[in-house]
Design a protein. Structure first.
Length: 218
C-alpha cells in the first residue's frame, strides 16, 4: 500500500480568512513537504468558479512541485476533461511528464458541477460522450509514433502529432467515476479507477474491478 497527498482545494469553511491565493501557495508547499516525509504521490484537484475548490490549474501547480522535488508522483485529481480540448490536455501532461523525469499519473473525469460547464459553453448533458471521446484521443496521442487523424462527434482533426512526447510509454492513466459508464470506459481503455469511498459500485462492476486494478499494478 502506498500513501499520497490529496486535496480538492476546498476553501469553504466557516469563519475562514484564508484567501484562495494563499491556499494555492499552501498546497504547493504541502505537496513539496509530502516528498520530504516519504509520501508516494501528490494528487491535486481541478475546480472552477467555486470555493468548494479554488485551484483551477493543477498542471501549473504540479509543474512548480516537479521543479522542487525529485521522486514524488504528480497527478491531477482530476482533470475535468470535457472542459478542455484533448489535444491541449495531451500536450500539457506530456510536457509535465518530460520535465518531471517521468513522474506523471494522469487522471481525468467528467466533473459533477453544472456551474463549471456553463461559462465554458460546454454541454453538461453530453459530458459522458465528450469525456469518452476526449479520453480516447488523449491516450492515442500519447502512444502514437506519428501523426493521427480523428473524426468524431465532438472533435475532428487531421495529421496531428504532439511534442514533446511523454517519457512514460504508456503514461499511467486513471478514470474518476461515480457511474457505471465511466467505470466501463476505464475497463475498455485499460485504465485504473479513482472512486470515492462512499460510492457503492454495481455488482456487475465490482466483479470486474480486480482485473482493472491488476492492470494498473494496484
Amino acid at each position: 500500500m502506498k500513501f499520497g497527498y490529496f486535496t480538492l482545494s476546498d476553501n469553504r469553511y466557516a469563519n475562514n480568512t484564508r484567501t484562495a491565493n494563499q491556499f494555492v501557495a499552501d498546497i504547493i508547499d504541502e505537496a513539496v513537504y509530502a516528498e520530504e516525509v516519504g509520501l508516494h504521490s501528490a494528487w491535486i484537484g481541478e475546480h472552477h468558479f467555486s470555493t468548494l475548490g479554488v485551484l483551477s490549474c493543477p498542471d501549473l501547480v504540479l509543474a512548480n512541485v516537479a521543479a522542487r522535488t525529485r521522486h514524488i508522483r504528480l497527478a491531477p485529481a482530476v482533470t475535468v476533461l470535457p472542459l478542455h480540448h484533448p489535444i491541449r490536455v495531451a500536450e500539457q501532461w506530456a510536457t509535465l511528464d518530460l520535465i518531471s523525469g517521468g513522474r506523471v499519473d494522469f487522471a481525468a473525469g467528467r466533473g459533477y458541477d453544472r456551474q463549471e460547464y456553463r461559462p465554458f459553453k460546454v454541454s453538461f448533458e453530453d459530458n459522458q460522450s465528450i469525456f469518452e471521446e476526449g479520453m480516447e484521443i488523449v491516450r492515442r496521442l500519447w502512444s502514437a509514433d506519428g501523426p493521427i487523424s480523428h473524426t468524431g462527434r465532438h472533435y475532428q482533426f487531421e495529421n496531428v502529432v504532439i511534442t514533446p512526447s511523454p517519457v512514460q510509454r504508456p503514461l499511467p492513466a486513471y478514470v474518476a467515476s461515480f457511474s457505471q459508464p465511466s467505470i466501463e470506459l476505464a475497463g475498455r481503455l485499460g485504465c485504473g479507477l479513482i472512486v470515492a469511498g462512499c460510492v457503492r459500485l454495481p455488482i456487475s462492476i465490482t466483479r470486474h474491478a480486480p482485473v482493472t486494478a491488476a492492470r494498473r499494478g494496484g
